[in-house]
Design a binder for this molecule. Structure first.
Ligand code: SF4
Length: 685
């Protein structure tokens, strides 16, 4: 410890990294954060991982925080007053709107920031700028979950609480998820469940650490989730293990599904997925026969050109065996960023107002027009993954990015750079001068989670408080107040006294948040939406009794291949993912010295057989090349991946894997296929 207890105060808040939503105290000495302590939250039970414990506070006081507005003049950023910067933003946006219409402008909101900032950001885009071109980074991680689960079940969110699916369960079907690295506190709870006797079926192209103690590992080839699920359902139906009463009473679309999966024999699926037919049969029996067996999945299901279909396949499996709307069951996407659930809930999506109320619904539109006192644009907007190509084509002229760094995070970096260079006016609101912010015309300094009051919504739909612990440095300002000033200068006067006031407005317009307010959050520690009235205790388990959409909808989905597969020129199938020590672009974890000592460079996992053939040893520098670019990184040789398959993390700007990834999209959620592309590898001599 670098502090004496009596010198400090402790401010309870929510971890700013992943969607687990761990509760913790920020330890404050003077106006400085000096440490973090776990507290007993519903999701974390006194646990924190290395990121929460060590990388949640040092970045806040980092010397390279942005502390004043910047305007780029002759290619160089110069300090500016708030008045100059905000006037420039409003003038340029007004001009572009007058010249090219409001749909020539777009905004990406911040899934790391609080619900209240996200609500005001989408209100700015819709009410003041006049476009539905607003999105958030769920587009590139779990937009397929939002679409796929909403379509089949009626709500695009995790069905059961974390504690419920890790405490008293017999089997866990873990698909495309490596929770010990991506959601470590959930990973620990899964491991504890295994120690108590839960049988875990890991469905993953890599030998993740949980494989060592799991019941069964189906090492499917990346991109074959739909075939795997169809094969599971084939076996379940053939062996009479389906819950026919549940299917008849609570679902629709079963006949088409039954007909389709009849083709997916274990032998056929084994060939597509590169697994043993017997293992598929064992997995189907284990899952179907257990009374309590949740499906837990992550980006290994969503980040494909068939991502939404993969998610719908998870719903299909759970409905087939009646494991929805019950304790210890359900379909459970582990959301990535701390508040990516909240950014979606708050309407930072091109077709939804807050609470997934549809832009296309005239009654919803009329409600928001009345509440906001303005005529709104009726056109559904573009997704972030459509905005960037539209900028390259010159259709999007102005962009406002709040706390995202698409140069590092989006696929095919060369094309992202081209899109940003092509903009006529570009605003970034950030904590640091990121790779993306360097392309902006105006950079506005926002503030971190530790400097503001608000709420995050974790992966299990639990709205939890974020509390201000320290004052921001320099002239950095409350993010929603910056949006209000922009709105006012655009001719739509706007002001809020506090985040609490914003939450009250959210509750008044969003039926699923109708019973959520700060007073109740203080007393309860968190509320899971839907929470419709002040008396409503919230909804831990969804779809109890009946599905949110009425009947659960089976979708008959044939397997389709990934868009780019290995060939002679690019013979390796590459997949990407997260590592334990870092979070996404490393904006926070990369500013924590101890973390960098543990993990400071990118690497590529290569199978021993391939490494031997290529003359590559552990730690050697290698070139990795795809149709879109070439990078240098370091070899990690072993057997975590199959021969002819490789894996890279996405955290490092040197060796940025997104120079290589493929900007092919799922047709429904427009999510990129990060998980499969073809590469070649050569040693650097
Ligand atoms: Fe933070 Fe996620 Fe780690 Fe919890 S599991 S401490 S929310 S990074």
């Amino acid at each position: 410890k670098t502090y004496r207890e009596w010198e400090t105060k402790k401010i309870p808040t929510t971890c700013p990294h992943c969607g687990t939503g761990c509760q913790m105290n920020l330890v404050v000495k003077g106006n400085k954060l000096v440490g973090v302590e776990p507290i007993n939250g519903a999701a974390n039970k006194n646990l924190l991982c290395v990121k929460g414990k060590f990388a949640s506070y040092k970045f806040v006081g980092s010397g390279d925080r942005l502390t004043e507005p910047l305007i780029k003049r002759n290619g160089v950023f110069e300090p500016a007053t708030w008045d100059e910067a905000l006037s420039l933003v409003a003038d340029k946006f007004n001009q572009l709107k007058a010249d090219h219409g409001p749909d020539s402008l777009a905004g990406f909101s911040c899934s790391r920031s609080i619900n209240e900032d996200n609500y005001v950001f989408q209100k700015m885009m819709r009410a003041a700028i006049g476009t539905n071109n607003v999105d958030n980074c769920a587009r590139v991680c779990h937009s397929a979950s939002v679409h796929g689960l909403a379509h089949t079940l009626g709500s695009g969110a995790m069905t059961n609480p974390i504690a419920d699916i890790t405490t008293d369960v017999e089997v866990i079907l873990l698909v495309g998820s490596n929770p010990e690295e991506a959601h470590p506190v959930i990973g620990s709870q899964i491991r504890q469940a295994m120690q108590r006797g839960a049988k875990v079926i890991v469905v993953d192209p890599r030998k993740i650490d949980l494989v060592k103690n799991c019941e069964l590992h189906l090492q499917i080839q990346a991109g074959t989730n739909v075939a795997f699920a169809n094969g599971m359902m084939h076996v379940i139906l053939k062996e009479g293990l389906a819950d026919q009463a549940f299917i008849k009473e609570k679902t629709e679309g079963f006949e088409a599904l039954e007909q389709l999966v009849a083709e997916y024999t274990p032998e056929k699926v084994a060939e597509i997925c590169h697994i043993e037919a017997d293992d598929l049969i064992k997995a189907a029996r284990l899952y179907a026969k257990a009374e309590k067996a949740p499906i837990i999945y992550c980006l290994g299901v969503t980040e494909h050109s068939t991502g939404t279909e993969g998610v719908m396949s998870m719903s299909n499996m759970a409905m087939l065996v009646g494991k929805i709307g019950k304790p210890g069951c359900g379909v459970n996407p582990l959301r990535g960023q701390n508040n990516v659930q909240g950014a979606c809930d708050m309407g930072c999506m091109p077709y939804d107002f807050p609470g997934y109320q549809k832009v296309a619904n005239p009654e919803v539109m009329a409600k928001f027009e009345k509440a906001w006192g303005v005529n709104l644009n009726k056109n559904v907007g573009l997704t972030s993954t459509q905005v960037l190509p539209a900028a390259t084509e010159g259709k999007i002229k102005g962009l406002y990015i709040f706390g995202e760094d698409p140069i590092v995070t989006d696929p095919d970096t060369t094309h992202v750079r081209k899109a940003l260079e092509n903009l006529e006016f570009f605003v970034v609101q950030e904590l640091f001068m990121t790779e993306t912010a360097a392309y902006a015309d105006v950079v506005l300094p926002g503030i971190s989670y530790a400097e503001k009051d608000g709420t995050f919504t974790n992966t299990e739909r639990r709205v939890q408080r974020v509390r201000k612990a320290v004052e921001p440095k320099g002239e950095a300002r409350e993010d929603y107040a910056i949006f209000c000033d922009v709105m006012t200068r655009l001719g739509y006067p706007s002001h809020y006294d506090s985040a609490k006031e914003i939450m009250d407005e959210i509750a008044s317009l969003t039926p699923t948040f109708g019973g959520i307010n700060y007073d109740r959050l203080e007393v309860t520690g968190g509320l899971q939406w839907p929470c419709r009235t002040p008396e409503d205790p919230g909804t831990p388990i969804m779809h109890v009794g009946e599905f949110t959409r009425g009947k659960g909808l089976f979708m008959a989905i044939p397997y389709k291949k990934s868009r780019e597969l290995p060939d002679e020129r690019y013979p390796y199938l590459m997949s990407t993912g997260r590592m334990l020590y870092h979070y996404n672009t490393r904006a926070m974890t990369g500013r924590t010295e101890g973390i960098n000592q543990l993990a400071n460079r990118s690497y590529i996992e290569i199978n021993t057989v391939d490494a031997k053939r290529l003359g590559i040893k552990e730690g050697d520098k290698v070139n990795v090349k795809s149709r879109r670019g070439t990078i240098e990184t370091y070899a990690a040789v072993g057997n975590r991946v199959f021969p002819q398959e490789v894996f890279m993390t996405f955290h490092f700007p040197d060796g940025n894997v997104n120079e290589l990834t493929n900007a092919e999209f799922d047709d429904i959620a427009i999510i990129p296929e990060y998980k499969v592309c073809a590469v070649d590898i050569t040693p650097v001599r």
